[in-house]
Design a binder for this molecule. Structure first.
Ligand SMILES: *Cc1c(COP(=O)(O)O)cnc(C)c1O
Length: 492
């Protein structure tokens, strides 16, 4: 099935909007402002509505079905978050407004900083970074500034376990530091013997994801932290997996010096498709002076009559600004709403249920699929999408076939250290019935792999489009819709 382009539906003279009459004197626009040729489709309002609603129904989303995309925490995003983000006082404030006229917004940002400090066990938080990867870059720049401030310029290496998310080495190289990869041991932990070989006075720090991308709690976290601190380095925590830890473990208490949160994962704002997200960083006492500026602070405590006065302050040795204005404020409002709706006990329950759901799935799947690190996992786990007695079937085939059952595929081929990896993160918002339906689908697929592997190779069968040529789709990305003859003109 191929959906028509909106241009194919166009019919000359058809109109979908009624513009108000002109109530100011007419004047000509300056030359060059209006394009000579701008082909716009001509449709009635109803045709436009039907076209876009139909298109939206071709997509899979968390509001349609299960979305166990490991590491991405595709939990349900409560709609109340949208209500608060749209309150005029939040949505219509201009970022250049005088802080005296935006006290409510600053109060919210301050409260969010405080909640994140408490949740992570940190002394300071900046809300500026736009996403997780951006928080990582900010954190590594903070680590570098810390060493330079002490006159210690020889520390140029960042150690990164081989199970890490690709953004870890990417942000490290963007900061100008050198990446050293540390292998994992056979229980999925950082290999301590290998780590010891690299500890020295050229180490700026280590990036630790805990629980790691295998969904496993790092069993030697204290030893790892002590080894790195012992040689003068700092620990960066990749906090994308905080969904496993809320109210249970505080990274700051484990000795993590700086960590990013993914508000759009753990604290439920819609994500995927490019943002906006938000990746605040939390830091220990030794690093608060280096945080990006500005930070929201209380300038005057106020009293019984006067509310506190909030303002923007600049930490003494700040690495500077990493984002225009104040970061993605709309995401801050959504995350803060989510936290306040759940409260302290509710946040703890989030992690309890996220971990329970993931362990339930692992235990139910581990006699059908190989689970390479078969121990109690946290909020996600990894299985292998291959069978000894069905050698032609790969993880990708299983993922594609899952779409026929109405499920979004798990994360494929990541982490890189597990061949044919399928990384499954159910999240806490899924009911047992959904998990059971997923288990049934996975069992059916395992059976099909032996009996009728072609049904997997040719999957998906039930989606609007069949199997796509992913290489071509990535190389020849078509991002805007134009009539074919206009497209030819633009290209020539
Ligand atoms: C998602 C993720 C990141 C990157 O976060 P973005 O917000 O997508 O930039 C980093 N590390 C891990 C483990 C992640 O899952």
């Amino acid at each position: 099935m191929v959906e028509p382009l909106i241009y194919d539906l166009s019919s000359p003279g058809r109109v979908g909007v009624t513009l108000p009459g002109v109530d100011v004197p007419r004047s000509d626009l300056p030359d060059g402002l209006v394009r000579e040729e701008l082909p716009l489709p001509e449709l009635s309002e109803m045709e436009v509505v039907r076209h876009f609603v139909r298109l939206s129904q071709l997509n899979h989303g968390v509001d349609i079905g299960f979305y166990p995309l490991g590491s991405c925490t595709m939990k349900y995003n409560p709609k109340v978050n949208e209500d608060t983000a749209r309150l005029p006082g939040f949505a219509l404030t201009h970022p250049m407004q005088d802080p005296d006229t935006a006290q409510g917004n600053l109060a919210l940002m301050y409260a969010l900083q405080e909640w994140l400090k408490e949740i992570g066990g940190f002394a300071g938080v900046s809300l500026q970074p736009a996403a997780g990867a951006h928080g990582e870059l900010t954190g590594i720049l903070i680590i570098r500034a810390y060493h330079h401030d002490r006159g210690d310029e020889k520390r140029t290496k960042i150690l990164i376990p081989d199970s890490a998310h690709g953004t870890n080495p990417a942000t490290t190289s963007m900061s100008g530091m050198q990446v050293i990869e540390i292998p994992s041991d056979d229980r999925g932990n950082v290999d301590l013997d290998e780590l010891k070989k690299h500890c020295g006075d050229d180490v700026a720090g280590l990036m630790l994801t805990n629980p790691n991308t295998l969904g496993l709690f790092e069993e030697h976290v204290e030893e790892v932290v002590d080894l790195i601190h012992g040689c003068g380095g700092l620990i960066y925590g990749d906090g994308a997996n905080m969904n496993a830890l809320l109210g249970i473990v505080r990274p700051g208490d484990l000795g993590i010096d700086v960590l990013h949160y993914n508000l759009h994962k753990t604290f439920s704002t819609p994500h995927g498709g490019g943002g906006p997200g938000s990746g605040p960083v939390g830091v220990s006492e030794a690093l608060v002076d280096f945080l990006p500026a500005p930070i929201v602070d209380i300038l005057d405590e106020g009293d019984e009559e006067e509310p506190p006065l909030y303002g923007l302050v600049k930490p003494e040795k700040t690495i500077g600004r990493v984002k225009a204005f104040h970061g993605h404020f709309g995401v801050h409002v959504r995350a803060y709403t989510y936290m306040r709706m759940l409260g302290k006990e509710g946040l703890r329950a989030v992690s309890d249920h996220a971990v329970l759901n993931a362990n339930y799935l692992r235990v139910k799947l581990n006699d059908i699929y190989n689970v390479p690190f078969d121990r109690i996992n946290m909020h996600e786990f990894v299985i292998q999408g291959e069978f000894k007695d069905a050698p032609g079937v790969h993880a990708l085939d299983i993922s594609k076939r899952l779409m026929d059952f109405g499920f979004h595929p798990p994360t494929n081929y990541f982490p890189l250290i597990v061949p044919e990896a399928l990384m499954i993160e159910p999240t806490e918002t899924e009911a047992r019935e959904t998990l059971d339906a997923f288990i049934e689908a996975m069992k059916t697929i395992a059976k099909e792999a032996r009996e009728n592997p072609d049904v997997l190779h040719e999957a998906p069968h039930e989606t609007p489009f069949g199997r796509l040529d992913e290489v071509q789709a990535a190389r020849q990305l078509i991002l805007c819709c134009m009539p074919a003859d206009f497209q030819e003109k633009v290209e020539s």
